[in-house]
Structure formats: structure tokens, C-alpha cells
Design a protein around this ligand. Structure first.
Ligand SMILES: Nc1ncnc2c1ncn2[C@@H]1O[C@H](COP(=O)(O)OP(=O)(O)OP(=O)(O)O)[C@@H](O)[C@H]1O
Ligand SMILES: [Mg+2]
Length: 217
């Protein structure tokens, strides 16, 4: 079982949107997926309440229960857990970072989002955690702004080569309790999320097993 946390102290960067759409895309690949919502705002939990399908399940728990919850999910045979966290630094965010195999830091291609990643990357470096920036809500198509943001973020760590554009599918999917791959399976947002998921899975395999190929589960 692998655990991915979405973390950054900036609100609105796309932590919850990525958590739910990555969860759905991973499930479509055949993985057993569970989402833990550690944000009192409950965006992922509310998404699940609007959702018709019963999986991937979303639960809200107190940070003090995280370790036990992850052990229980591993015993139940889950492959992938996504931890959604609040846009402010809370004990739950620290706990999510501690328990994650990989932390994703979504950032829009703006100086404010990039600056806001610094306390998070400092904490993750201290904890010795693998992390990657994900550029989200980029202008569609090639953009100097996205390229510049990519280069600046690269100075602070690994940047996912799969970035996500601003697409209405993300807004609609969140409202409908869907992933973007369900909202429009052939759409651009779906293609981008699948690309990001594959990038993350490859990265985690590499981290766990050096150059060996291994399943994520
Ligand atoms: N790629 C995208 N294209 C279009 N809209 C997006 C995209 N990603 C996120 N959004 C929208 O941006 C808003 C903020 O996204 P989201 O709630 O996922 O951010 P967050 O980081 O979880 O915020 P918070 O810190 O408040 O929890 C939402 O309205 C969401 O629908
Ligand atoms: Mg959120």
C-alpha cells in the first residue's frame, strides 16, 4: 500500500480536486483506493456525499487516528490512500506528511503559490519525505508563465512533468461527485489526470525499489 498526501499552506491550489480525481483515475486502473479527508472544511467528504458510486470511499478522521486507520486499510488490502489536507499548517497536515510515502504540492503558476510552498518543502525536507510539485490551473496550451513557474519550482525540488491546465471539467466533477475521468473520459482534463497519476506511480516505484519495476500495491 502506498500513501500520497496533498499538502501546501496555500488555499485553492487544487489539493482536494486532485485528491478525488486521482483517486477515481487510480480506481479505474484497477487499484483499491481510499481517501482520507483531514481538512475540517470537508471538500473531499462533501464530494463523496454527492457521489452516486460507493467507491472510492472518503472518510474524515482525526489526525490522532491516522496511523491506526492506515494500518487497518493496509490489512484490508487497499493499494493506494490519498490524504487531503487543509490549506493551513495544522497538526493534521504534519501527521499526513509523516505518514505519506509521497507528498504532492499543487501550485498554480503564480509567485504567491510558489512562495507559499516554502514552509511545506522545509518541513518535508526535515522529515526526509519524497515530494513533488504539481503545476495546476495552468493556462491551457504552451505558456511562458507555466514554463517560468516550472523552472522556478525546479530550484526547490522535483516538479511533475505532467501539469494540469485550468479546465471546467474539474469544477463540474467536484460539483457532481465525479472524477474528471468520469466527467469526460476522453477530455483533456481526464488525459492530464491520467498522465499525472502515471507519473506519480512511476516515481513511487522508483523510490521504493531503485531501478527495479514493482507494483504500487
Ligand atoms: N485544474 C483546474 N481547473 C479548473 N478549476 C480547478 C482546477 N483545479 C482546481 N480547480 C478549482 O479551484 C477551486 C479550488 O480547488 P480545491 O478546492 O481543490 O483547492 P484546495 O487546495 O483543496 O483548497 P483548500 O486549501 O481551500 O482546501 C475549486 O473551485 C476547484 O474546482
Ligand atoms: Mg481542499
Amino acid at each position: 500500500m502506498k500513501t500520497i498526501a496533498l499538502v501546501t499552506q496555500k488555499g485553492g491550489t487544487g489539493k482536494s480536486s486532485l485528491a478525488v480525481s486521482l483517486a477515481v483515475a487510480a480506481q479505474e486502473k484497477g487499484l483499491r483506493v481510499y481517501v482520507i479527508d483531514l481538512d475540517p472544511q470537508g471538500t473531499a467528504k462533501n464530494w463523496f456525499e454527492r457521489r452516486e458510486a460507493e467507491t472510492p470511499e472518503v472518510a474524515t478522521i482525526d489526525a490522532s487516528q491516522l496511523k491506526a486507520a492506515l494500518t487497518a486499510l493496509a490489512n484490508q488490502g487497499y493499494d493506494l490512500i490519498l490524504l487531503d489536507t487543509a490549506g493551513v499548517n495544522t497538526p493534521a497536515t504534519v501527521s499526513a506528511m509523516e505518514h505519506a510515502d509521497m507528498c504532492l504540492i499543487p501550485a498554480r503558476p503564480s509567485i504567491a503559490d510558489i512562495e507559499a510552498t516554502r514552509p511545506t518543502t522545509a518541513s518535508l525536507t526535515k522529515l526526509g519525505k519524497q515530494f513533488a510539485f504539481v503545476l495546476n490551473q495552468c493556462p491551457p496550451g504552451r505558456s511562458i508563465r507555466t514554463n517560468d513557474a516550472y523552472r522556478v519550482l525546479q530550484l526547490g525540488g522535483v516538479v511533475a512533468t505532467a501539469s494540469l491546465a485550468t479546465r471546467t471539467d474539474h469544477i463540474d466533477a467536484l460539483a457532481l461527485g465525479q472524477g474528471v475521468t468520469e466527467r469526460d473520459p476522453q477530455g483533456k482534463a481526464a488525459r492530464e489526470i491520467r498522465g499525472l497519476l502515471q507519473w506519480i506511480l512511476n516515481k513511487m516505484e522508483g523510490a521504493a525499489d531503485g531501478n527495479k519495476k514493482a507494483r504500487v500495491a
